[in-house]
Design a protein around this ligand. Structure first.
Ligand code: NAP
Length: 279
């Protein structure tokens, strides 16, 4: 039986689709740690009770996913800087008995690009498609890497404007119609909209309008090669898929709960790709 002090979880609603158990169990095995990582389905009405009962149930911490990230932000005792900036919590842990909430999505986004497109943040203006929760994490990462010109493009302009106001200087909001005119000097194109996901097929922008040296990344990873990435590759552009963001965002939580900083390896990626393909 696993040590009750080494239990972690991912909580969401629904939760069956989550790949987090596969990632963390892979690392538990790789490090020969006898801990556990469970997927727990908790409805919105019960999330506060669940969070308040964590210590009593012997959890070291866990991950928080849709639809609880914003509510849990208000339920923790302390928050890290990324969570404060993003306004949502995806990772929980105890430090001296105090429940901390952090956000590792920005770290995951940046680490994925660091691996696959080093110097990505020096590639000129960035265009962020979408203005939801994931866009906030991406913009935080861009600001942290000192990207000076960040253009948010969203179907609902008011949501893009809210984010531009939230993140301040160097961040501007644009309607979808502006995508074409912004493209010729965009060095980094990031899709954070749900467009391109299985069941939501579509192209959020035309990569053929980007300059030759542009990098295109999509944080949607089902399918792994989204229509946007496929079109960018056809235009000869550098592309980075979104699976690495998911893998890298998991590492800091594992270290909090189990005491070892895990590594994102080709074997882990292959295991999750196989799981996605089998679904
Ligand atoms: P969200 O808060 O619901 O935001 C969704 C965004 O997509 C909004 O900007 C929305 O525009 C836009 N959108 C949705 N359908 C659209 C359509 N048909 N046409 C144009 N725009 C559309 O979602 P989220 O949490 O930001 O997540 C977005 C995507 O990122 C999801 O696919 C999620 O799986 C993925 N994600 C990946 C990772 C990773 O680790 N790789 C992490 C987090 C999220 P409006 O504002 O106009 O509604």
């Amino acid at each position: 039986m696993a040590d009750p002090l080494s239990r972690a979880f991912v909580v969401g609603h629904p939760i069956a689709h989550s790949r987090s158990p596969k990632i963390h169990r892979h690392w538990l095995q790789a490090h020969s740690i006898s801990g556990s990582y469970e997927a727990i389905d908790v409805a919105p009405a019960d999330i506060a009770d669940f969070i308040h009962g964590l210590k009593e149930h012997g959890f070291r911490g866990g991950n928080v996913t849709i639809p609880h990230k914003e509510v849990v932000f208000g339920l923790v005792e302390r928050r890290d800087e990324a969570a404060e900036q993003i306004g949502a919590v995806n990772t929980l842990w105890f430090e001296d008995g105090v429940l901390w909430g952090g956000n590792t999505d920005a770290h995951g986004f940046a680490a994925n690009l660091d691996e696959h497109a080093p110097d990505w943040f020096r590639n000129g203006p960035a265009m962020v498609l979408g203005a939801g929760g994931a866009a906030r994490a991406v913009i935080h990462a861009l600001k942290q890497r000192a990207v000076k010109d960040i253009r948010i493009v969203n179907r609902t302009l008011s949501r893009a404007q809210e984010l531009a106001d939230r993140f301040g200087s160097g961040v501007t909001a644009h309607a979808t119609a502006a995508t074409g005119e912004l493209s010729p000097d965009t060095g980094l194109l990031i899709n954070t909209t749900a467009l391109g996901m299985h069941g939501n097929e579509g192209l959020p922008a035309d990569p053929a309008l980007l300059p030759g040296g542009a990098i295109v990344t999509d944080i949607v990873y089902v399918p792994l090669q989204t229509p946007l990435l496929a079109a960018a590759a056809r235009s000869g552009l550098k592309t980075v898929d979104g699976l690495g963001m998911l893998l890298y965002q998991a590492a800091p939580g594992f270290e909090h709960w189990f005491g070892k900083r895990p590594v994102v390896t080709p074997a882990l990626r292959a295991a999750i790709v196989a799981d996605l393909e089998a679904a």
